[in-house]
Design a protein around this ligand. Sequence first.
Ligand SMILES: [Zn+2]
Length: 89
Amino acid sequence: MNILEQKIVTTRKDHHCFGCARKVFKGSKMQAITTVDGGDISRNYWCATCQEYWSRYMQDGDLIGYGELKSEDSERWEALRNELEIDFS
Ligand SMILES: [Zn+2]
C-alpha cells in the first residue's frame, strides 16, 4: 500500500473516522489520506485524536483495520481523547 496524498481538509460532508469509526460531522478538520493498493485507490479520513494517537504510538507502515485504532486499545485511545477534546457535557 502506498500513500498518494495526505492533507488536512475541512470536510464538506459527514465522514466516519477510519481510526475510531466515530462519525465526524461536516465542517470538521480531518486528515484525508489517499492510498493506492494494487489498482485500488481509496481515501480515508482521520479525526484529530486518531492522528495524534498514530503519531505517538504507531509506526509508518503499520496497518490497521477500520475502527481498530480505538477498538484495539480503547483505554489508551480514550485517555488521549480526554486530553485533546474538550468535553462540555
Ligand atoms: Zn478517530
